[in-house]
Design a protein around this ligand. Sequence first.
Ligand code: NDP
Length: 516
Amino acid sequence: MSAPQARLVESRDPSTGEVWRRFDACDAAAVARALQQARDAQPAWAGAPIADRARVLERFRKLLFARRHEAAELVSRENGKPPIEAMGEVMLVMDFARFYSSGKALRALRPQRFTPQSMAMWRKRIEILHEPLGVVGVIAPWNYPLMLPAGIVIPALVAGNAVLLKPSEFTPSSALLLGELLGEAGVPPGVLAVLPGAGETGRAITTCGVDKLFFTGSEATGRAVAIACAEQLVPCSLELGGSDPAIVLASADVNIAADGILWGRCFNAGQTCVAAKRVFVEAPAYDAFLLAIATRVKELSVSLDRGSAEVGTLIRPQQREMLQAQLDDALAHGARVVASASGPAGVFAPTILADLSDEMRVMREETFGPLLPVIRVRDANEAVRLANASTYGLSASVWGDEPQASRVARRLDAGTVVINDALVAAGLAEVPHGGVKRSGSGRSHGIAGLLECVKTRTLVHETLPGKPQVWWFPYGGALAAGMDAFLSMAHGSGGARLRGLLGARALVSRLKSRRR
Ligand code: NDP
C-alpha cells in the first residue's frame, strides 16, 4: 500500500501557468511542532532588550534593499503584477522595517509611569506595561504577498512575539523569502515559522493554541476564522474585503480624478482591497469624467508580458471567471460598457460600466479585478448616502477642492479616506489601516498596529504601604459623611467645594484614628 501523498502548494507564474516551485503543505502536526518551537524560543526573544530587536529589523531592511531586485522579481513572478509594482511592495516593506525600529515605535512600547488624577488615589503610582502576547498566528492573502504579511509580522516581532505565518497557497515563495531575510538578519530559529499550505493549514493555525490570530483575506473566510477564534476565546484581528467608493465632486479636475481613480482600480490588475470599486460623480462633472476615464482606459497597456504590462493577468483563471460572472450579471440587469481596454485572451480587460442599479452584484459585492462602475449622483449628499450604503467600510477617496472634499471625507463610513489620491494610505507605515462594518476589526500598521501585538498590563503601586486605606472595613456613618464631603471637594464648585474641604478633614481624622 502506498503512503498517502502530502498535499503540495505551488509557486506558479500567473501569466503562463508555469509551476516553478513546489512545497509540501504543512499539516496540523507540522503546525503543532512549529508552535512548540515558537513557545520554546519566544521567552529569550522577548527578554532581549528591545533595542536588539530593533537592530535586527534594521539589518533586515538593509538585506532587503541589497536583494530588492530579486525580491521584486519573485513577487512579480508569483503574483503576476508588473515588476515596477512589485518593487513598490518591496519599498513598503523597507518602510515598515524602518518605522517599527524607530524611536517613535520603541517609545510606544515603553512602560508608562504616572500618578493618577483621582484625588482619592493620591498615594498610588501607576505602571502600564506593554508585553508580548506570546505566539501569534498570521494568515495572509496572495494579492500583496510580501507587504501584507510583513506589515503584521514586523511589529509582532519587534514587540517580542513569536510568529506562525501562513501565506496564501498561491504565493508561498514571497513569504518564505521574508522569513529567510528576517532569519539572516538575526531573528532566532523558531521565533518565526513560515508554514506554506492551503485552507487546512490556516485552520490548524487558527485552532492550535496561538495567543492571537491576525487574519487578512475575504469576508467569507474571515467569518469562519472569527467563529473558530470565538469558540476558543482567542482574540483575532480581521482585515477583510471592501467595496470602496470614490467620490468625484463637481469642483474636481476630472482629468486628474480619472487618472488617479483608474490607476488605483487597475494597480495589481485590480486585485487590491483598498481599490475604488464604485465611483460616484456629481452631475455637473459626470459627462466630462466619463469621457476622460473612457479615453484613458483604452490607452492602458494590457499584456501577458509582465515586463511591459501596465495591467496583467489575474492570479488564477477562477478569479477571472468570478469577475466575469459579476460583469455578466451587471449587463443582464441593464448596465452598459462605456469603454474597455484591449488585451490578449486570458487577461480581463479593464472595463468601465455605466447605467448601474442597486440590485447589480457589482454594486453590492467586492469586485476583485479591473472593473469599474461609474454612477451619476445629484450632489455630494447623495454620493455620501450611496457610498455609505455598502455593507463594507474599508477605505474611500474624495476628489475635489478643499475644504469641501475634507468635509465629505469626514462623513464617509470607512477606516481610511484619501483626498485627491488613491490607495496610498495602506502603504504608509505610520498610518493605522483597517475597516469598519464587514471590512473587519482591528488595525494593522502605525502605532495602533503595534499595540495590537501586545497585552497591556498594569501595576498599581502604594507609596505608603504602612498606612491603612480609609475605605477599608469597618464602614460607619463617619465614612459616608466624609466621603460626601470629599466628593464635594473633588467635583463641586464655589462654596460647596470649600465646605467639602473642611468636611474632608473628618476622613483624615478617621484615617489617623485607625489602628495599624
Ligand atoms: P481568502 O479569504 O480566500 O484567503 C486568505 C487566507 O486565508 C489564505 O491564506 C487562505 O489560504 C486562508 N484560509 C482559507 N481558508 C481558511 C480557513 N478555513 N481558516 C484559516 N485560513 C484559511 O482571501 P484571498 O487570499 O482570496 O485574498 C483576497 C481577499 O483578501 C479580498 O477579499 C481582499 O479584499 C482581502 N484583503 C483585505 C485586505 C485588508 O487589509 N483589509 C488586504 C488584502 C486583501 P489559501 O489561500 O491557501 O486557501
